[in-house]
Write a protein that binds this ligand. Structure first.
Ligand code: SF4
Length: 347
């Protein structure tokens, strides 16, 4: 029988696995503590388990993590981590410095099939979904192998891919990120960013309570259809209804990401329309200036255009933040750049 990667298993699944060895259920929590609080990379290191049990586990399972291939640092301190997966595909995570802590941005898919026209990841096409072990594995490596690890306080699922298109594995990974036998992050410190897969937003709200960010980018269907194919299936009004109904943790506000593209969605008239559209939704807006990439079909707006857009939102009592350019905006919306582009952009 093939050995299984224990990092792909939930608590219940590990309980079932060790029940086959006649072991008590609480042992599963012990194993998970070693994996996620201890960051161990072998059963041998789990010294609270008997040697016999460790050997039995070794025969049944292995601890398989993505490998750090390269860490790059941008001028503003943002770090980009390139991971190699077991099948030699690559994904990336980003570490963003804050005042006293770091935020980790992690990926959920290799490539993406959502086809957003402003996004470089989309151009790579879709390769495959990440397994739970590959989603949480980015965090294990960041927390235990990088010097910033102990100071990572929040996580955004905003790297490569659409997390809600890899729902089962993403949900399982979030369960491990937030549980006391896993990494133990507060659910208020985890944000999932989506292009707007409406039924899965509703499902997420039923399954777990974490922050939601929506990549909106348009004040109406005509413009959004042009930028994001997902909108033809789930139009703005359905998306906003799902947003209104979404149970945010605590009194937190939903985030809308808005990439400003010259001549497309960034005029004062667009800002006014956006204000009317979002009326009554407790939200904040992240404004991101589009970054041109080789062959990109769009242009970046001027700084004045971005400021004028922001002012209209602020005048209408919205919290609208212009996202500081991080590693040349590697964070813009969900997984905007490919590994290759990041190598070009980061020095
Ligand atoms: Fe996929 Fe996000 Fe890029 Fe859209 S912006 S194609 S959802 S990675």
């Amino acid at each position: 029988m093939d050995r299984i990667n224990i990092l792909d298993l939930s608590l219940e699944e590990i309980e079932a696995l060790i029940a086959r060895l006649g072991k008590e259920r609480y042992r599963a929590r012990q194993i998970m503590k070693w994996l996620y609080s201890g960051g161990v990379q072998s059963f041998e290191e789990m010294t609270t388990l008997s040697r016999k049990f460790r050997n039995q586990m070794e025969e049944l399972a292995f601890i398989g993590l993505p490998q750090i291939e390269k860490v790059q640092v941008s001028n503003d301190g943002t770090k980009k981590i390139l991971f190699r997966l077991e099948d030699d595909l690559f994904i990336e995570s980003v570490l963003i410095p804050g005042k006293n802590h770091w935020t980790a941005c992690i990926s959920t898919q290799v490539g993406c099939r959502m086809g957003c026209r402003f996004c470089l990841t989309a151009r790579q096409g879709f390769r495959r979904n990440l397994k739970p072990s590959e989603i949480t594995g980015q965090m294990t490596k960041i927390l235990f192998s990088l010097p910033e690890g102990p100071n990572v306080r929040s996580i955004v699922l905003m790297g490569m891919g659409e997390p809600l298109a890899n729902y089962k594995n993403t949900l399982k990974a979030i369960g491990i990120l937030t549980s006391d036998y896993g990494f133990g992050f507060s659910n208020r410190k985890i944000t999932l960013s989506t292009s707007g897969v409406v039924p899965m937003i509703q499902q997420l709200g039923r399954d777990i309570c974490i922050n939601l960010a929506v990549s909106l980018n348009a004040p109406d269907n005509a413009i959004r259809n042009q930028l994001m194919p997902v909108n033809r299936k789930y139009p703005v009004e359905d998306l906003l209804k799902a947003c209104r109904d979404y149970p945010m943790p605590g009194r937190r506000m939903l985030t809308f990401e808005y990439i400003l593209i010259d001549g497309i969605n960034a005029t004062p008239a667009h800002a006014e329309r956006l204000c009317r559209l979002l009326k009554g939704i407790r939200c904040k807006l992240n404004l991101i200036r589009f970054n041109e990439f080789p062959g990109s079909p769009f242009q970046s707006p001027s700084e004045d255009t971005v400021l004028a857009f922001q002012q209209i939102l602020v005048k209408n009592h919205y919290t609208a933040i212009i996202r500081a350019s991080r590693g040349r905006d590697i964070l813009a919306a969900c997984g905007q750049l490919s590994g290759k582009a990041l190598e070009e952009n980061l020095s």
